[in-house]
Design a protein around this ligand. Structure first.
Ligand code: DGJ
Length: 730
């Protein structure tokens, strides 16, 4: 059984194939977190590892039978509430009718069952049959206020992961004002870890940062009402010796797209408290009698074999049990997008020319980006006016869609549904529909304001607009963009006491819209985008089959961005396009081959006018498209190994092993060459020691143990040189 309860010693033991997660019931119903790590077999005396001594200044919650004083302040907690003697960061903080902020949750009961309940209105991992997972639900209660909690833990046996969330229910007679409610809290008994997080900004998303844990609070967060370009709702704790394929690493991934906090507090006794959840900053939630509040879930992965194993666990779970719909298991079309080819300077003939050349070369989907609607001359107007800009497309976007599909390509269209330009008919008729505070300025970002998705009329408008196009034109793909963060938080539709709910209600609103549209149009491919990878998180991949990873299309920059993203996001979700050189973001000139070797393992496509390429580049494009079609399954359904990190040297290397383990693809890229440096060698990972692998280009064979331990010598050593090698197990 993956979840057991020892009723005599009151020990809960959750086990995945490689990990144990243990907590106990103490005293009058306090839950003590006891252990998370490598799987344990005999835990009968596990309580002996807990230090029950009490330091000066820590108050007692209760006394043991022998008179010993117990203080929560010294003990690892399962889910700490403000109001006990624990004065470290609480997972939950609320105020009650009498102004008090004390919560005193005690264990009431629990049940263990097969399957996993859905989290209503929130993206979450799921099962397809009950035998895939086992769930523990613990009921907790505060007798004085009537507030109840359910702690939910789901063990995914086949995935080596645990998902958890909590629900608060107000069973009392008075309002409860919640000001903090984390999705998870884990107290590690020591702090001898590095914290790894993914941070950056626009066009430089998800770079990998690593710091040793230190006393006090450390972490990342977002106050942008979006998970943001700046930080990802993810962190890992790694033992000092951990590498890609060795050492202990713990991953924590919050399945959420709004304001979040992911942090670690190390206390005076070196207990490291990890918490992830909705950011308590500028958050409040009024829980009326009878109402409940469910947090987003956190997915925890323990790896005893480094960062690589942690990432592969997330990749597999997220691409098969978080991603959904038709495209979860169906090959996606190779696309071409006109944005970097034309920006706003296009007409029907230009788009057709790009599409025709693309089709000749085997590209399957033409995407028309920004500029087709309202009076959109540039980015200063028209968001919200989703009718064709007749000056650009006199016969309408529907006509263009038909012409492209008549020629045998699929057609996709760009929208930025959450936004409103001040210069738009929509704003002139509904000035109240944007997020704003009456009497305050409305700061524009990219000349636009944000629609108030807490409002049902706004949500309906977005759903109706997109439904119209999907029902009336042959559109099989939507690029859903979102190009600013929210400032001046305020909603004309919320009462004063609920204004602090805006951030979370906005995210619930976007989830509802996406749920409706993806359910209504199951065969439409929805791609997410937020000025590139600004909201590329685990929550969004529940709705968007793929996400525009970054506006930076430069191959070298993408090596860093895609490397970092792959910490928890599966390659199958990462859109990666080949664009023109000099690159529009960096001015860098890289060979077509490098651009291909970087993009090919994501969701592959182009973002340029193929009519402008040299014959030599066109030959490379043909080769890329053929390779993509042949090996797409290896990249997207196989296992990924990161062999060389661009953050640690001037090269990057990735390896993919097919699901059946018979094909291996190794990609190696040189970022910066220096004369007279050591030869470039690559050591493979994850192969069968005793198996023999044939390089399909040369016919040469190599032992798996040789490739992994001695490695291969590569004959490349100049700037931006790259190689992709394909092996078959024989
Ligand atoms: C930002 C996106 O990331 C780009 O790909 C493009 O769609 C532009 N917006 C269009 O305005």
């Amino acid at each position: 059984m993956p979840i057991t309860f020892d009723s005599e010693n009151k020990i809960f033991h959750l086990t995945t194939p490689n990990s144990s997660y243990i907590f106990t019931i103490e005293g009058d119903g306090i839950l003590i977190h006891t252990y998370y790590g490598k799987k344990l077999s005999n835990i009968s005396n596990i309580k002996d590892i807990i230090n029950y001594s009490v330091a000066s200044f820590s108050a007692a919650d209760y006394y043991k039978e022998d008179g010993a004083m117990i203080s929560s302040d010294m003990l690892p907690q399962e889910y700490p509430f403000y109001g006990s003697t624990d004065l470290r960061s609480p997972a939950f903080h609320a105020s009650y009718k009498d102004g008090s902020r004390i919560t005193d949750m005690k264990y009431v009961s629990h049940k263990i069952f097969s399957g996993k309940p859905a989290l209503l209105g929130l993206p979450a991992t799921y099962t397809e049959s009950d035998d895939e997972a086992t769930t523990l639900e613990l009921e907790m209660k505060d007798d004085l206020t009537g507030l109840e909690f359910t702690y939910r833990y789901t063990v995914f046996e086949n995935y080596d992961a645990i998902a958890r969330s909590v629900t608060a229910r107000n069973r009392g007679g008075d309002n409860v004002n919640i000001s903090a409610i984390a999705s998870c809290s884990v107290d590690f008994l020591d702090a001898d870890f590095d914290m790894v997080h993914l941070s950056g900004c626009w066009a430089r998303e998800r770079h990998v940062y690593k710091h040793p844990l230190t006393h006090g609070f450390q972490g990342v967060d977002s106050k942008r009402t979006s998970s943001s370009h700046h930080h990802s709702p993810f962190l890992a704790l790694a033992r000092k010796n951990a590498g890609e394929e060795n050492g202990e690493v713990y991953g924590f991934s919050l399945v959420y797209s709004g304001n979040f906090r992911a942090g670690v507090e190390v206390d005076a006794y070196a207990i490291a408290r990890v918490q992830l959840g909705i950011n308590p900053f500028d958050f409040s939630w009024l829980l009326e009698p009878g109402a409940s509040f469910t947090t987003p879930e956190v997915v925890m992965v323990y790896s005893g074999s480094g960062f690589g194993k942690m990432s592969r666990t997330y990749h597999k779970l997220y691409r098969t049990r978080l991603a959904r719909g038709y495209y979860r298991d169906t090959r996606r079309p190779i696309l071409i997008n006109n944005w970097e080819a034309t920006y706003f300077d296009f007409n029907e003939e230009k788009i057709l020319n790009i599409a025709r050349r693309a089709k000749d070369l085997g590209i399957e989907l033409m995407v028309l980006d920004d500029g087709w609607f309202g009076k959109r001359e540039n980015d200063r107007s028209s968001l919200g006016d989703w009718v064709t800009y007749k000056k650009r497309l006199p016969k309408g976007v529907e006509h263009l869609a038909k012409r492209i599909t008549d020629e045998g390509m699929r057609f996709g269209l760009w929208f930025e549904p959450e936004m409103i330009s001040v210069d738009s008919d929509l704003y002139r008729s509904h000035p109240d529909w944007c997020i704003h505070v009456e009497g305050r300025k409305k700061s524009e970002g990219r000349f636009q304001l944000v629609l108030d998705l807490t409002r049902s009329d706004v949500r309906r408008y977005i759903i109706d607009t997109l439904s119209y196009y999907l029902e009336n034109a042959p559109i099989s793909y939507i690029k859903w963009d979102m190009n600013r963060n929210i400032t001046e938080h305020g909603s004309a539709a919320l009462p004063p006491e609920r204004q602090g709910e805006l951030g979370h209600r906005y995210i619930l609103g976007i989830y509802e819209v996406l749920e409706t549209l993806t359910t209504r149009f199951p065969k439409v491919l929805f791609e997410g985008c937020s000025g590139g990878g600004g909201r590329f998180d685990a929550g969004m991949i529940h709705y968007f089959s793929q996400y525009w990873t970054s506006d930076d299309t430069d191959a070298v920059e993408r090596l860093y961005i895609q490397y970092g993203s792959s910490m928890f996001l599966p390659p199958v979700t990462m859109s990666a396009h080949i664009s023109a050189v000099p690159n529009h973001q960096t001015g860098r000139v890289t060979p077509m081959k490098l651009r291909g070797n970087v993009a090919i393992w994501g969701q592959f496509g182009y973002e340029l006018d193929l009519n402008k390429l040299s014959d030599e580049d066109i030959e490379e494009v043909k080769n890329q498209i053929a390779l993509c079609k042949e090996y797409e399954e290896v990249f997207h359904k196989g296992d990924m190994y990161r062999l060389a990190s661009p953050f640690e040297g001037d090269t990057a290397s990735f390896e993919f092993i097919s699901e059946d383990k018979n094909k291996v693809i190794m990609i190696y890229c040189v970022i910066k060459a220096m004369p007279h440096t050591p030869a470039k060698r690559v050591k493979f990972a994850g192969l069968e020691e005793g198996a023999v692998y044939k390089d399909i280009a040369t016919g040469k064979t190599y032992g798996g143990d040789m490739l992994m331990n001695a490695g291969l010598l590569l004959s490349i050593n100049s700037d931006y040189e790259s190689v992709m090698m394909v092996f078959e197990k024989i």
